[in-house]
Design a protein around this ligand. Sequence first.
Ligand code: ADP
Length: 162
Amino acid sequence: MRKAIYAGSFDPLTNGHVDILKRGLEIFDQVILAIANNPNKKHFFDVKERIALAHQATQGLEHVVIDTFDGLLVDYAKTKNATALLRGLRAPSDFEYEFQLAMMNRRLAPQLETTFLMTGEEYFYLSSRLIKEVASFGGDVEHMVPQAVYKALQVRFGGGQT
Ligand code: ADP
């Protein structure tokens, strides 16, 4: 069974994340969407909210498991018997950081392969940070995030009712 871990903050999940997840499901038998739960990092949506949103956004997708992790990703991957880490690439600016991270993870766990998938062109400009910024000023992000995330952002920023 080819199991991959797609780890990130997903704060919040965007259509870019979902795109990478779906592409990953074409390659792997199972993808674990692993939501980072770092108590030292300030998140906009807490881990429970991010888990709930991920469940709603992936409804109907088979072979996806939603989970959280803290500590070293390679250790978590080992406990899950995963063979690969899945990462998404957007603009070239992602590359440097992702390259460093992949090399470090390879050093820590040589048998765990990092797999990069290129985002769809309609998503390459999407980031969780930008989504939050635009939503905070009342910009329309409806078609950039899953519906559940859109509603949660509306509630947070007082832009509407659910
Ligand atoms: P992090 O906390 O590592 O920044 P994110 O939740 O922002 O995590 O992203 C997790 C992974 O998804 C990363 O590999 C990131 O490059 C990728 N990603 C984020 N947004 C997109 C997008 N729009 N298209 C493709 N990949 C993306």
